[in-house]
Design a protein around this ligand. Sequence first.
Ligand SMILES: Cc1ncc(COP(=O)(O)O)c(C=O)c1O
Length: 416
Amino acid sequence: MNHDFISQSISVVHPITLSHGKNAQVWDTAGKRYIDFVGGIGVLNLGHCHPGIVAAIQHQATRLTHYAFNAAGHEPYIELMRRLADFVPLSYPLSGMLTNSGAEAAENALKIVRGATGKSAIIAFDGGFHGRTLATLNLNGKVAPYKQRVGLLPGPVYHLPYPSVDTGVTSEQALQALERLFSVEIDVNEVAAVIFEPVQGEGGFLAMEPAFAQALRRLCDAHGILMIADEIQSGFGRTGQRFAFPRLGIEPDLLLMAKSIAGGMPLGAVVGRKALLDSLPKGGLGGTYSGNPMACAAALATLEAMTDANLATWGEQQETAIVSRYQRWQARNLSPYLGRLTGTGAMRGIELVDTKGAPAPAQLAQLLAAARDAGLLLMPSGKARHIIRLLAPLTIEPAVLEEGLDILERCLAQLT
Ligand SMILES: Cc1ncc(COP(=O)(O)O)c(C=O)c1O
């Protein structure tokens, strides 16, 4: 594979070239078939080439492929925002805007909270991931490789430990870190917003402690700090529900979406309290391609397919298959490297650790290669790249899911 004409700073996990895909399977240009537990990194919760999404894109392509919403409104954008307002389980009147990507949604959220509060400091979390643009880089709770050699990043941003049964950081410890932050680093009254993933994606499928989220909500309310939930990876059914924040017993002021919102078409969204979304001057938000009609049509077809009943059925099927399989592996001592099962609902990660419980990234790299050879694509995650994240489409056929888990089982058993 000659990649000389592509930047070598882009890392490609799997050195294969894909030709086509169908639901949870992809084929490379040599004709080899793979079961896909990567799903374009969480973009394909409805699988490759979902018939409803393909039909919607094809139909839209014959009507209007593009118009910049800053220049003139178009039906797919307006209809999508109307439908999204119903789909998002926030209790207050909301408004929103569309973007081209997740990072762009996060960038816009930063602009909105600055505009609304007149403040600029942000609190984010260790292990969090919000994108690769300059401002979002600073939000990420991981330096290498994202923040290396790019110089001064827009701030100020302060990071807290991420409280989760999966990290071992308790709610109390994270709250103590917050107290320390406000006594040592920054005045609580200068903080514009806190941004967090209800379940960290890149961080390793780690589920936030509900008690912490609720205490944080109270603190935000007391000090005029806005709460931004980044559900770019955890949303659109990944956990088996529309979004993951209701599990925490809180409502964010802004909610970020992207990835599985549009079955592979580039689209993101920021929705939240109407007054916040209106806080910047006219012309302060927008973009040439954001909310492109083809992407909006794909998102409308996505919402059509993601009924609560479908999400519950798919989520339960995937969660049961993964959790029961993992429990069997544990009972059988399948591998000395098998660590914890992380995450919640259908959003699950499998940790690989050495005999002392330390992260085992070398074994994970070995596993990725062996699984690929055997016809299964997997994706690493976690600050140490030692957690496999399972991102199979929610629509995966049960037999294909089992076949993928069989391959994973064999490869785990053979780890050295
Ligand atoms: C939680 C979260 N936020 C933001 C992003 C950035 O999204 P994008 O790659 O579409 O810019 C990602 C991407 O992995 C993500 O998982």
